[in-house]
Design a protein around this ligand. Sequence first.
Ligand SMILES: Nc1nc2c(c(=O)[nH]1)N[C@H]1C(S)=C(S)[C@@H](COP(=O)(O)OP(=O)(O)OC[C@H]3O[C@@H](n4cnc5c(=O)[nH]c(N)nc54)[C@H](O)[C@@H]3O)O[C@H]1N2
Ligand SMILES: Nc1nc2c(c(=O)[nH]1)N[C@H]1C(S)=C(S)[C@@H](COP(=O)(O)OP(=O)(O)OC[C@H]3O[C@@H](n4cnc5c(=O)[nH]c(N)nc54)[C@H](O)[C@@H]3O)O[C@H]1N2
Ligand code: SF4
Ligand SMILES: [Mo]
Length: 736
Amino acid sequence: MADVEPGDLREVKSFCRICTGLCGTIVTLDRDDRIVATRGDKDDPQTLGFVCSKGSNAPDFHNSADRLLHPLKRMPDGSFQKIALQDALAEIGDKLAEIYERDGPEAIASFRGSGGFFYAVTLNLLTDWLAALGSGKNYSTLTIDQSAKTIVMSRLGYWAAGKHRVQFSDVAFLIGANPLVSITQLDCRNPVKRLKEHKARGMKLIVMDPRHTETARHADLFVQPLPGQDGPIVAAVLRTILEEGWYDKAFCDEHVADLDLLRAAVAPFDAVSVAHRADIPVEQIRQIAEMFARDNKKGIASSGTGPDMGPHSNVTEHLIECLNVVCGRYTREGEEITNAGFLFPTGSLPAQVVRLPRTWDMGPRNRINGYGPVCGEMQTSAMADDILQPGPGQVKFLFNLGGNPATCVPDQRKMVQALRSLELFVSIEPFMTPTAHLSHYILPPRMFYERADLPMHIFEQVLYPRPYTRYTPSLTNPPAGSDVCTEFDVFWHLAKRLGKTIHFHGIPLDMEQMPTEDEMLAIVAHKALAPWDEIKQETLGCFRDPGTVALACDPKTADRFTTMPDDVQEELKALLDDVPTFGAFKSNGRTFGFLMSSRRQRHRFNSIGFKITELQRAMPSNLGYMNPEDMETIGIRDGDWIQIESDTGAIQVVAQSDASVRKAVISVCHGFGGLPDEDTYFDGGVSTNQLISTDRDLQTINGTPRMSGIPVDITLSNGPAEANCRADKRQPVVVA
Ligand SMILES: Nc1nc2c(c(=O)[nH]1)N[C@H]1C(S)=C(S)[C@@H](COP(=O)(O)OP(=O)(O)OC[C@H]3O[C@@H](n4cnc5c(=O)[nH]c(N)nc54)[C@H](O)[C@@H]3O)O[C@H]1N2
Ligand SMILES: Nc1nc2c(c(=O)[nH]1)N[C@H]1C(S)=C(S)[C@@H](COP(=O)(O)OP(=O)(O)OC[C@H]3O[C@@H](n4cnc5c(=O)[nH]c(N)nc54)[C@H](O)[C@@H]3O)O[C@H]1N2
Ligand code: SF4
Ligand SMILES: [Mo]
């Protein structure tokens, strides 16, 4: 900002769109409409002035010298050449038509990464585009994230009127989530301030995590098990609650079909043996049950990625939801449903169980794993094989919207091999990521303050305590002379090229005249509680009163929770038998000394932020965080190179002592790294996905790989490659 006179500057209100915080911001623009600063907007009714390091570095996201401003085409020698957007779209369209006519729609697949979730226009458009083409090859990060929660809704049942909300809870039991860093769960709107508010009014917080996280520091009860042991612990807590009679008997009598089966199924999980296998003090199991069920009547058990990436994630998530079921932690008849949606209002809902279909037993099957769709999508752990394995339906064209599958999808080597083999690989991507490097065409998009937008509507009921939405206009144009896309123009052009009509949110788009961005957003808002003009006028967003109460249960349509369907029972049995031996963890016939757990940190959103100078400086690479006592035992000091080896691969990282990590665990961030064997550790870390296989240890149904609680060995090493081994280039000590 040094070269700008104050008089040249103006400030505009908007909101950040890097993560689900959607923080209200004040953006400073110079006379050329260049973004020069962003800060939190204290007047923002939701986020009250909060922004994180990523949000305050928004100017660099927009103005970075590394930002791609022109479409690029990969040449046969691997170099990239600039190509005009219209020419790129024409060439891609021709090739797409060729593949479509030769191999049919199933040869065309899409991958939506997290960069494709934060623009209200493209959030559904990629899926709608693929549907217009008639392809079911819809992949995204959902099935390598927390799709276990969707499976629970189908197998257990789903309470139409919704769960207790944190805003009114007396207790929150948080399992494997770190919302103060990840800005998910609990309350995403200025999470530290909101958590303090909830605690000040008396809410108790139980946190279960192998790391004493930033969130755990606020816990009334902290439980620090080995990764992968949440299922047995929760089963033992359920057993205690049922034995002690601390459950909601009236609720269970009316709404649970098979409480006796649950009682029998959790019976083998006695506190002593569970505490032993999870390596926690035995009294903690009873303490959780007391705090969650006996002493508090409102509140929920919820989880993040921790348990959902573990080796028994689907049954674990099922047990976690059973805690809410037996305690009846749902909105009852006559109680207010505080947010039944703004953009997609659901209206009044009954206080009853609804049976959702087991979608994976229906619909088009994935040719690799034989499963039907989960969350309306194919299982991402099968994507590489779907590209590599010949035969009818083999994927030849992959469209990547805002993802970095070359580093973020498990089984990195296989994924990269698959991406390299594609006939056509197109990425809409603002930076030269490892995935972009493998793409035939890179189409850089407008960045978020260059777009008009609405907050992420798929989670609107969870994100806001009351019905709310907010329009932001685009604040500025992309840099002069650039040739970036508006994202939806790409889908529109490619559908038109094939003579297809996109039905966007069910509404057919005009395929003669491309809609404007505002017209697209108005379609998103076509069911909203307020007229589009009003939504656009309210600078700080539009509120509505809840106005809905839970209706009486309708005996004609009401179902009952089924806690122990046959497949869940089988998975629980497998979990019971899979008892770890401390320090001798078994995996595929080998024995390992440690378990690796996944975590996130402040200065990135997965891999987003690598080209942002300040964020890169704050966290240049992913460290191996270890308990200091473990380090001493095996003779490792801070800054030493270590090798982490699993049954699938080995990576080298720099070790960092961290007393917050429990013993026998190494905690490493995902989202880092270049392509395999690239010498980039000090310039972006290494991908932990080299340690994860997609050939085994997959969950049934959603195919989620074992991405946390991975048995690994840790040894001192010389570093990955010569250039990286310079003794003087030790990692600075960083506290994340
Ligand atoms: N081992 C291991 N693997 C994991 C996980 C783990 O914990 N451990 N976590 C998993 C989870 S939960 C997830 S969600 C995935 C994430 O996997 P991905 O979504 O594939 O990874 P991201 O790094 O989030 O990729 C987002 C990309 O979008 C780009 N981008 C940013 N803004 C925009 C935009 O406006 N438009 C477009 N088109 N692109 C944009 C960014 O530059 C970046 O390259 O990784 C999964 N993989
Ligand atoms: N700053 C930042 N924010 C992000 C992201 C980011 O990369 N950076 N990523 C975004 C994405 S894609 C997602 S999906 C969300 C995820 O949001 P969260 O799920 O909150 O993600 P994490 O912060 O990794 O927290 C997971 C926690 O689980 C713990 N854990 C690991 N294994 C186990 C286990 O077996 N059991 C238990 N109980 N705990 C375990 C880890 O130690 C960690 O503290 O965050 C989103 N927000
Ligand atoms: S990246 Fe930071 S500033 Fe942006 S929405 Fe998320 S928490 Fe808020
Ligand atoms: Mo995620």
